[in-house]
Design a protein around this ligand. Structure first.
Ligand SMILES: NC(=O)c1ccc[n+]([C@@H]2O[C@H](COP(=O)([O-])OP(=O)(O)OC[C@H]3O[C@@H](n4cnc5c(N)ncnc54)[C@H](O)[C@@H]3O)[C@@H](O)[C@H]2O)c1
Ligand SMILES: [Mg+2]
Ligand SMILES: [Zn+2]
Length: 277
């Protein structure tokens, strides 16, 4: 597994040195040299900053996040979605942007207490917002989600959501609901989305996924019965594909791709892929 090149370190000494990202609702400001700007340069733009967070260090220097109220125009720059940047970035930059977008989203959504409505303050030394009235802490939100490759010998069940790029098929995924285990979620989502039953669940690996704040828990599961019935609206198509003839797959940074390539490698005796970090 690849180890991160940047470190979470909130206690970096305040100074106006280092780099910064400008983020607003899963979009990043992009300059001629990418999404990372000298902090001083961004500060000088008079941007509508909602909150500022120290993210950590990246290639040895501090990186801040400026969460903006709106995606204002900046000369010589444009705004790009995190999804576009995923396609254009190297792994460590995507990891930094994924982390930044989760912190920015949480910071934007937790300025006021959800219980009493009072303005909240950042707890010193922690990534948490604090309501003094309720004595309540709000940490960044994470949504556990399962992702599963359903297998039947040398075939795998892949599906398309109407949101996917043309031709792309992927594994099944879904959010864990209150009161259920991840295993129950796998069984339920597979039944709901494609109408089939699975058995012999095997946990493979996990991945932080910043769209918008999922923690993906990845499985392989064996087909146990039933015909494919598509869930209306959610699933546009689902089919069995032979491992020798797979359709276009999702991003190389996705655990979906990893689960498929890992199974193929194990069945066909190829070298196993590396887990995207
Ligand atoms: N990294 C990967 O390889 C990969 C691949 C596929 C999906 N995913 C992610 O898995 C997650 C779940 O997949 P899905 O979209 O198929 O889920 P899903 O099948 O549960 O359906 C999505 C719907 O569930 C509802 N929902 C329930 N709980 C929710 C919550 N906590 N947050 C948001 N919506 C919730 C919403 O109505 C939403 O439209 C998403 O974050 C998606 O981006 C990651
Ligand atoms: Mg789903
Ligand atoms: Zn409160």
């Amino acid at each position: 597994m690849m180890s991160p090149h940047w470190n979470l370190a909130m206690n970096i000494e305040p100074s106006s040195e280092g780099l910064a990202l400008a983020h607003c609702r899963q979009h990043f400001l992009l300059g001629p040299r990418g999404p990372l700007f000298p902090y001083r340069l961004l500060q000088a733009q008079g941007l509508p900053v909602l909150v500022e967070h120290m993210l950590g260090s990246f290639d040895g220097g501090p990186v801040r996040l400026l969460e903006l109220e709106s995606p204002v125009e900046v000369e010589g720059c444009s705004w790009r979605t995190l999804r576009q940047l995923m396609l254009e970035s190297d792994a460590k930059t995507f990891q930094l942007l994924g982390y930044a977008t989760q912190i920015g989203t949480w910071a934007r959504q937790h300025r006021f207490c959800g219980s009493c409505g009072a303005p909240m303050m950042l707890l010193p030394g922690e990534r948490a917002m604090h309501c003094a009235q309720c004595e309540e802490q709000y940490y960044p939100r994470l949504s556990p989600s399962m992702i599963v490759l359903v297998t039947r010998d040398d075939e795998v069940l892949l599906a398309r959501s109407p949101r996917f790029a043309a031709g792309v098929y992927s594994t099944l995924a879904g959010f864990v609901e209150p009161g259920e285990s991840v295993e129950q979620c796998v069984m339920r989502e597979v039944r709901e989305e494609v109408g089939v039953e699975v058995r012999h669940l095997r946990y493979i690996a996990s991945q932080s996924w910043p769209f918008p704040h999922s923690l993906m828990l990845g499985f392989h599961a064996e087909y146990a019965g039933g015909e494919i019935v598509l869930q209306p609206e959610e699933i546009e198509d689902a089919r069995w594909f032979s491992l020798a003839d797979l359709p276009p797959l999702p991003s190389k940074y996705s655990i979906a791709r990893y689960l498929i390539e890992l199974y193929r490698a194990r069945r066909l005796g190829f070298e196993e892929p590396l887990l995207p970090s």
